[in-house]
Design a protein. Sequence first.
Lengths: 113, 114
Amino acid sequence: SAVISQKPSRDICQRGTSLTIQCQVDSQVTMMFWYRQQPGQSLTLIATANQGSEATYESGFVIDKFPISRPNLTFSTLTVSNMSPEDSSIYLCSENSGSETQYFGPGTRLLVL
Amino acid sequence: QKEVEQDPGPLSVPEGAIVSLNCTYSNSAFQYFMWYRQYSRKGPELLMYTYSSGNKEDGRFTAQVDKSSKYISLFIRDSQPSDSATYLCAMSVNSGGSNYKLTFGKGTLLTVNP
């Protein structure tokens, strides 16, 4: 599996602002995924990001709120826009190396005040 | 009914105990079954992966799948304090090409006391 890093590891933001989270993989991967992990809730898929195409969003998530970029095969960003306290969560990226399983980054812990 | 149900615990056991963690699911289309371990302030780490009914063993860990009952389990033998973590079950189905969509349980918080 690839080694995945995320930046920032944590942040505290004011409501109404936006934060861009970076995900870097140490090898080329086709598919990358962005998840949200809220306290007491299941890991929830936000969107799937393929290089060279628009991200595919899951029900309940929209591009205006969570724009995603995938400029190459080793990098992706997720922006959380116009944040509210309800966006406080852990955001995780992952890749699947073309297999049935996924490998996760360390996560970004976001607190919105 | 959620697709994947997992008792969130918390579960507290003494060192050396056998731990049993379980998930049930409702979607018979799920093809692959995984267990992830997540330490506090870390990302989930793939622990076990299987695709068929039956048992799969890896050291102190055994993953069990019963597709007829839509039930999966993870057993930890001789549990250690270092096993203290949240354990997440996950299941996947092919969504086209190499896109396998994962559905997770809520996770069970396990504490192994020395």
